[in-house]
Structures are given as structure tokens and as C-alpha cells.
Design a protein around this ligand. Sequence first.
Ligand code: NAP
Ligand code: MG
Length: 486
Amino acid sequence: MSVKTETQNYLNYINGKWSESESSEQLKSTSPANPSDILGHVQASTKQDLNKAVEAAKEGQKKWKKLSGAERGNLLFKVADILERNIEDIAETMTREMGKTLPEAKGETARGVAILRYYAGEGMRKEGDVIPSTDSSALMFSKRVPLGVVGVITPWNFPVAIPLWKMAPALIYGNAVILKPATEAAVTAAKVIECFDQAGMPEGVVNFVTGKGSVIGQGLAEHKDVTAVTFTGSNATGNHIGQTVAARGGKYQLEMGGKNPIIVADDCDVDLAVDAAISGGLKSTGQKCTCSSRVIVQEGIYDKFKQKLLEKVSEINVGDGLEEQSWMGPCATKEQYETVQKYIEIGQKEGAELVYGGSPVPSDSNGYYIEPTIFDQVTSSMTIAQEEIFGPVLALMKVETVEEAIDLANDVDFGLSASIFSKNIDHILSFIDDIEAGLVRINSETAGVELQAPFGGMKASSSYSREQGEAAKEFFTTMKTVFLKG
Ligand code: NAP
Ligand code: MG
């Protein structure tokens, strides 16, 4: 069997085989640009399906960990090549399934290829240290070893890059994985798994089980044989997963929401700051965890900045991400579309001034389009200054000093990414020191992640662990200390 049946029924991948769920039920995947466009159906799997995947993963991992890092790496290089050959198809599927524009979807898929290659190379790098023993005739060293079976639970906003930046390090360090993708982007994820299948991954090393979060996600969190769970998604779900895994003594990693600020200082290059607010705030329809949502502007430049921002935002084309002229696609889901509208209503009720957008964009297709939206006169106690909206909504806030701006920037539960636009080295240095964020960006938008560097947030944005780059080794391995004497 292949990834799907002739009726576009996408299958689970367990123990190296594509299979239907024993439930014989499916979940529908539709396009947010045109909800009557059905991409296909994915399996509504059960706990029994998941148990089979865990059994397969346990068996598969025993052999997988015996391969050398170089051998595992060679397989990941193969997966990368296959993914690269399929960029057009996978990116188009992503755009249809969750709405981001085609250039963004292609960029994300290309990033997936680079992630696979980066971690493939990791198979040839060091896995421990020699530590001098107090016994001069002994050799003492540390050695990184795999955890076993890793559960991977991912959101819909980066359906290729996030599964891969979790799976690739998990695999290279010798773990087996079970991916439970977001249902809203599960067809795209199935096509990524197909690349692993075509590369000839050994049985049971990569498993793919679709279904409801409350069944399969919850099942992974609870299963005693799933040593670790890595999660990206909302805070409510993440915290619940963390508690569930911790209660059984498992390892977990959570990457969650953001309420990311841009500080615009009087002395900055205003055009650069405007471009960053637009790109960081509105690309991907504001659905990146690193999106800017609060724009904190010093009073001396406020009017100029606002005027330029309003000019620039009026040039944005909203439309189907498959069409070349579209700069911003729809919200990814009906639920998200309604949530964004609810926040726009709350913003107005609480006294923020709506200065641009704020309404759905009518379309022939009933797509979930919303105008780019800008609020002025936002204060920190307002809901739209505190809660993650995950939509194309910017909140403008005015301050007198950069010091005040940093305090305001920190006045939220989240701490994922933050940026400042300034040419003043003192402002920049105090921002680096005092901002409560895992990603600190100067004269650059809040979004933008490099796969070779650690990624993660502070405060409520993460469980304080880091993903990507070398940092991934911390989570996906544990350590043996070996004391060897002849
Ligand atoms: P979500 O609703 O939390 O879903 C994330 C994943 O968890 C999905 O696979 C979901 O499955 C699953 N899930 C749902 N309920 C579950 C439960 N009770 N137990 C176990 N798993 C469960 O998040 P989302 O709406 O997909 O994504 C948006 C959120 O992700 C935003 O808050 C955003 O900030 C965050 N995000 C964070 C980062 C980061 O790195 N910090 C990156 C991207 C996105 P179903 O799809 O089947 O419900
Ligand atoms: Mg969809």
C-alpha cells in the first residue's frame, strides 16, 4: 500500500507499512482558502492503533540504535534528497491545506531539507567527553545514548519544519519516533512521512498515527513506553501534556505561544522598522509563534512610524496562497478565523482604536480571509496586549523611553521572541540584558529562526528546554558515565 488509497484516504504508517485505523473512521482535511476543496481524509486512529505503533517503535529502536551514526545519517541524507525532489508537491499541499502562501510553503519545505541534512551530519560528530579519573589507570568518559521511543506532537502552522526539527535529531541520536501531527495539516505531514518510507527507513523506526489530539496526543503522553514527548502548540494543551508525562516520570519538552514585541526607538531606521512590523506581524497571516503582535513605539517617532505603517499595510494583497499576487493567505482554520474576529471585537470593546482593517474579506469561495488589522492606543492591561491572537493583528503602544518600552515588552506571561529597532548601542545592550525572551533580535523582525541555533522561549512560552541546533542533543539523548579499568 502507499500513503493513500485511490479515494484520497491517507493512511497511518506503522512498522514500515501504510495501514488503515482499526476504527475504519476518518477525519476530513479541507482548504481554508476554499472549504469545499477537500484534500483527503486521514485516519481517526484509536489507542489500539497507537499501541501497535509503540510496540513497533520499541522493536525498531533496538536495531536502529545499533547502527553507526554515519549509517543513520546516510538514511537522513536520502530522506532529504527525496523531500527536495518533492518540494513543489509538498509545498502546494501545504498551501492548500493550511493556507500559507506558496513561496512561504516552499521556503519551509526547503528548510525541512536543510534540517535533515544538518542532523544527518550530526551522526559523525562527538557523542561524549573524556573526563580525567582520580584513578590514573582508569579511563572515564561520558557517552550520549538514545532515550528509546519519542512521541512527537505538532501544530498546523509549520507542518513540515516542526515535525522535522523534532524527528531528525530524535532519529540521528538513535531513537524511534511516533509522529502525531495536527489534524488540520495531517495530509502534508503524511507526504513528509512518505519520504522516510521511500528512503527505506528500517521497520518501526518512524511511525505516523493521525487522529484526535485528545486520543492520540493524550495516548502518547500517557504511554509508559514512550520515554519522551516533544510538543509544539498551544499553552493549554502543552501544559496538560507536560503534567501527564511528568506524572509517569517521562521526559517532556514544550514549545508554546508568544506575544512578541517589537520596540521602535526614536533613533531607528524607520523604514526598516515598518517593514519588520509588517513582515514579522502579518506574514503567514500572523500564525507564527514568533510573530510580532505588539509594536511598542517611542513617542518622538510615533506619528511618522504609524503613517508609514498604514501606507504599507494598505498595499497588502489578501487571497488564495496558491495565487501569485497573494501576499497573505487565509487563517488556517475556521476556529482560528473566528478566534481572530473575537479578539478584534474585544479590542474595540476595551477601548483600543481600530485604525486599519478588522473585517473578514468577502470571497467567492467562503475562504477564511481577514484583513490585516492595526489597533492604536493599546494599553498593556487590554486583552489584545496580553493574549496570543495568532492572526494578522498588530497592537500599537506608545512609550516615552526605551527603558519604559522594555518594561512594557516584559509585561506579559510569554517570552518567546522580541526585537528592537535602534542605532543606539546603549539601548541595544540594555535590551539584550533585560528583555525576557529566548530569541533576541536587533534591527530584525521577531520571526526568523535559523535551524543551527537553539530555539525556544522563556516564561510561559516553553518548558525551558531548547530545540534545534546542538541544543537538541540535550533533549533527545540521555547520558552514561563510563568508568573503565583493565
Ligand atoms: P494545539 O491545539 O495545542 O495543538 C497542537 C497539537 O496537540 C496537535 O497535534 C493537536 O492535535 C494536539 N492535541 C490537542 N489536544 C491534545 C490533548 N488533549 N493531548 C495531547 N495532544 C493534543 O495547537 P495548534 O492550534 O495546532 O497550534 C497553534 C499554537 O501553537 C499557538 O499557540 C502557537 O503559538 C503554538 N506554536 C508554538 C511554536 C513554538 O515553537 N513555540 C511554534 C508553532 C506554534 P489535533 O490537531 O488533532 O487537535
Ligand atoms: Mg485545513
